[in-house]
Design a protein around this ligand. Structure first.
Ligand code: ATP
Ligand code: MG
Length: 428
């Protein structure tokens, strides 16, 4: 183990990258704000029991992927493997069900931990943006959430993802369907992959979206949940389709989509991007009408989605979307020997005027300070000191034009503000 190497499956967001994250996060905030959602933040770890009860102890996530450990008090805790359970727990703990419903919440760059095999787009710590709505039973809510996720992606410059929807019914109609599915699968068991054989008893629905081609080949004639929905679930699915159409969402129905977590009912959906290394799910979610009750709360419907930030950035890269990078500083003050205090006062004034600015803290040569300012991408550099300062003036250099002019110290801030405003106006 090398201590200067991050743990397998984790990634740093370095200063050169964080602007892109903030950009995606800002798009999420703006979109959610417009739609009446407010932010919620929950702890990084929860009691393990919470995930057993919500995500489900037969799921891949709970069986294989959780970071679970005993804390020093001997309690079993788990780093969150998804965003919904913690929000549902917080909602119940604060008795938000007694307040105005539906309660519409979003979360941003929530760290999610899964012990998965690291590969492209698959990490052991990743981050999700998402929403949770509690207390809205109608399909218009599902459509609003799907539209919102698309709006976030579109604001991030991403379009053309494949939107697939399905219904996995409610526990009533699903139980009957699962029997049919098991009957269909039973004679084929020996031809399925090991994971699917394992899923047969505990989670047969999950076999439907197995990525192994030989399993997919066996499933061609598998019975569909859609053909086995009860009346209410079928009506909900019809309403979902017409609501999506009303909101201008292009979608296709894919009866093979199921979700990896137990709490889903009725609507499930996915946004998929085709990449060189195969399909990549950027966002997934659905309805979970049983979850709140399952956690000991009242019977209250829920809907939500999770969107992987790392995957949004991957798709942006693939599509050549590069949000404009702002310079680290708009003005760099290069102080000559003896003028450091004067430069610091000017720096304070610049920042008070809202102008991103910086100066040297290592008494470097003027040449080295120029070079540093250039690397920061600063469009302006002001030399503080020497004869100019003695005259109450500064030398201001336009770094792109390599042009210099002398300006009075008293005029410094207004001149800079004017130049920056002109630059912005010209879109430079
Ligand atoms: P997948 O089918 O790719 O394993 P999932 O069904 O496990 O996805 P969800 O639990 O729905 O995914 O999580 C929501 C979103 O979080 C996914 O659509 C994806 O964008 C992202 N995501 C899930 N697991 C990872 C991971 N290990 N690394 C990076 N992003 C992930
Ligand atoms: Mg997964």
């Amino acid at each position: 183990m090398l201590i200067t190497q991050a743990p397998k499956g984790t990634q740093d967001v370095l200063p050169s990258q964080s602007g892109r994250w903030q950009d995606v996060e800002a798009k999420m905030r703006e979109t959610c704000h417009l739609a009446g959602f407010r932010e919620v933040r929950t702890p990084v770890f929860e009691h393990t029991e919470l995930f057993l009860r919500s995500v489900g102890d037969t799921t891949d996530v709970v069986q294989k992927e959780m970071y679970t450990f005993l804390d020093k008090g001997g309690r079993s805790v788990t780093l969150k493997p998804e965003g919904t359970a913690g929000v549902a727990r917080a909602f119940l703990e604060a008795h938000l069900e007694a307040g105005a419903l539906p309660m519409k919440m979003y979360y941003i760059s929530n760290p999610v931990f899964r012990y998965e095999k690291p590969q492209s787009g698959r990490y052991r710590e990743h981050h999700q943006l998402g929403i949770e709505v509690f207390g809205a039973k109608d399909a218009s809510c599902d459509a609003e959430g799907i539209r919102l996720a698309l709006d976030v992606l579109e604001a991030c410059g991403i379009s053309g993802l494949k939107v697939s929807i399905n219904s996995i019914g409610c526990p009533d109609c699903r139980t009957a369907y699962l029997e049919k599915l098991r009957e269909f699968l039973h004679p084929k068991l020996s031809k399925l992959c090991e994971t699917c054989r394992d899923r047969f008893e505990r989670n047969p629905l999950r076999i439907l979206d197995c990525k192994v081609p030989s399993c997919q080949a066996e499933l061609t004639d598998a019975p569909d949940m859609l053909g086995n929905l009860d009346e209410d679930c079928a009506a909900h699915f019809e309403a979902l389709k017409s609501s999506l159409a009303a909101l201008g969402v292009d979608f296709s129905v894919d009866p093979r989509i199921v979700r990896g977590l137990d709490y889903y009912t009725r609507t499930v959906f996915e946004f998929v991007s085709e990449t060189e290394s195969g399909p990549l799910t950027v966002c997934g979610g659905g309805r979970y009408d049983g979850l709140v009750k399952q956690l000991g709360g009242p019977e209250l419907p829920g809907f939500g989605f999770g969107m992987g930030v790392e995957r949004v950035l991957m798709v942006q890269d693939m599509m050549g979307v590069r949000p404009a990078e702002a310079p680290v500083a708009d003005v760099f003050l290069a102080a000559l020997p003896g003028a450091r205090l004067e430069a610091m006062k000017l720096l304070r004034a610049l920042r008070e005027a809202g102008i991103p600015s910086d100066m040297d803290h290592a008494a470097r040569s003027l040449k080295a300070q120029f070079k540093y300012a250039d690397r920061l991408g600063a469009p302006y550099l002001a030399v503080v000191g020497g004869d100019e300062l003695a005259r109450g003036a500064l030398k201001l250099r336009d770094m792109r034009l390599s042009a210099e002019e002398e300006i009075a110290v008293s005029e410094f801030i207004p001149v800079i503000l004017k130049k920056l405003a002109e630059k912005e106006g010209a879109g430079v």
